[in-house]
Design a protein around this ligand. Structure first.
Ligand SMILES: NC(=O)c1ccc[n+]([C@@H]2O[C@H](COP(=O)([O-])OP(=O)(O)OC[C@H]3O[C@@H](n4cnc5c(N)ncnc54)[C@H](OP(=O)(O)O)[C@@H]3O)[C@@H](O)[C@H]2O)c1
Length: 427
């Protein structure tokens, strides 16, 4: 496609799902050449047309130490050896493209500073929301904005599970099993279903958007494993869908509230209509207002699209300037002051199993009132054979701390058998 005299040499570390897509896509560009590829297992059948086995090695440090290579593309994932490989590559004068969200969330600050000191860039479009272009737009065309709010669906596996639970009325366990059989969820799904993956992504995304370093240990995280089919049903009746939302809010004092947890989102909102493995990112800022980008958040070619875009952005500048992509470097002037979840204000959906006694409803209202919480709705969903009642409550905006006090009071109350669920509601 492109025509250029000097070929930019690429070193690929990892030839799995994303690495294969990148290799296949890069073949059609004449100005770049994959010089070396590192894998873990040389004997694994690759089934990639035109792959020259002689450039494949199981020694990734041979890639980062190759003096001919201009750009190292890290696609192995995890902290190590990815961290050591990238640092060595930067020391050796190479620019970096990576899709490694875990590494960026945990070691991003160190890596960006190290790269800056060596006048090299680390680009990572693919690490957040796979094929959706969000990092470059924030760095370039949205650069004039003060971004104060992000709400996003950043994990395809959990969105698939929640969509299926909603559509089929099935339990979490049944849908997880089906998702594993279809290859949408891993054998050990913890990283996805407990919200770690989304937490890594929102950490890096909010750091960039707010221009303030967010620390992963300050990101509140709650997964989807406790969501019940009954919650999906109740949410639907009330005009909501349940989604795993990664969010980040910057208040007027520049304090950052960054979290991942299930959320009831109004059926009128865009995010309620993002289903199955699709991802979406909604951003609010001034002067742009609110925008939402959606698309494939993972997969061989969508993710390769982002990786290749980063590679070509670097390649286009190599040899033309001695300070590449100044606008697109990762800048954050300071660390963000975190907001503790206990100090946040939210609306809540609460599902309570109570004894079918006289006065229970009044008691629920009274406990809430005593803790400064007003109710927007309270619905008793029938009485079971065992004479217990399922009660669904939606609150007005209130303090998390007050809500935790309400839960503690309910847990001590004889007329309440169980708090089935407590899920925050989109404001
Ligand atoms: N999959 C997606 O849709 C997606 C989307 C966005 C971001 N990402 C990120 O992209 C990265 C790669 O993901 P993936 O799904 O492509 O993973 P993958 O399919 O498991 O592939 C990993 C590749 O890395 C190689 N590898 C692992 N450890 C190595 C080592 N120590 N030295 C050399 N090679 C090593 C593996 O070699 P063998 O082939 O020999 O095993 C394999 O080729 C991860 O950071 C992931 O989070 C993935």
């Amino acid at each position: 496609m492109e025509n250029c005299e000097k070929k930019i040499k690429i070193g690929l570390i990892g030839l799995g799902t994303v690495g294969s897509g990148v290799y296949k896509t890069l073949k059609s560009f004449k100005n770049v050449e994959v010089k070396k590829i590192a894998v873990r297992n040389l004997n694994k059948p690759r089934n990639i047309e035109g792959l020259d086995d002689s450039i494949v090695t199981d020694k990734p440090f041979d890639v980062v130490n190759d003096p001919d290579i201009d750009i190292v593309v890290e696609l192995i994932g995890g902290l190590n050896p990815a961290y050591d490989l990238i640092k060595t590559a930067i020391e050796n004068g190479k620019h970096i493209v990576t899709a490694n969200k875990e590494l960026l969330a945990k070691k991003g600050e160190e890596l960006f500073t190290f790269a800056e000191e060596h006048n090299r860039v680390v680009l990572y479009e693919a690490a957040i929301a796979g094929g959706i272009p969000i990092i470059m737009p924030i760095k370039t065309i949205l650069a004039g904005n003060k971004i104060t709010k992000i709400e996003a669906i950043l994990n395809g596996t959990t969105n698939y599970i929640l969509t299926k639970m909603d559509v089929q009325g099935a339990s979490y366990d049944a849908v997880l099993k089906e998702a594993q059989e279809l290859g949408y969820a891993e054998a050990d799904p913890t990283g996805d279903v407990e919200g770690f993956d989304a937490a890594y992504k929102i950490t890096t995304l909010a750091t960039l958007a707010f221009k303030k370093r967010i620390k992963i240990e300050n990101v509140y995280r709650e997964g989807i494993t406790k969501i019940r089919a009954q919650d999906m049903h109740a949410a639907n009746d009330l005009g909501y869908k349940i989604k795993l939302i990664a969010s980040a809010y910057l208040d007027e004092n520049d304090r950052a509230d960054v979290r991942v947890h299930p959320m009831l989102v109004s059926k009128k909102s865009t995010l309620a209509h993002i289903d199955y493995v699709t991802n979406a990112v909604s951003i609010s800022g001034h002067p742009v207002g609110s925008i939402t980008l959606s698309g494939p958040g993972a997969g061989e070619f969508p993710t390769a699209s982002s990786v290749v875009g980063d590679i070509l952005a670097i390649a286009a500048e190599l040899g033309t300037t001695d300070y590449l992509l100044p606008m697109m470097r990762c800048k954050h002037e300071s660390a963000a002051v975190p907001v503790n979840i206990a100090d946040t204000e939210n609306k809540y959906y609460l599902s309570i199993n109570a004894k079918n006694n006289k006065g229970v409803i009044g008691k629920i209202g009274k406990v809430c009132e005593d803790n400064n919480i007003s109710l927007a709705s309270l619905v008793q969903r029938g009485v079971s054979e065992d004479n217990t009642a399922e009660i669904t409550v939606i609150t007005e905006l209130c303090k998390e701390r007050d809500m935790q006090n309400v839960i503690a009071a309910f847990e001590k109350d004889d007329s309440i058998n169980k708090i089935n669920s407590l899920i925050r509601v989109q404001i």
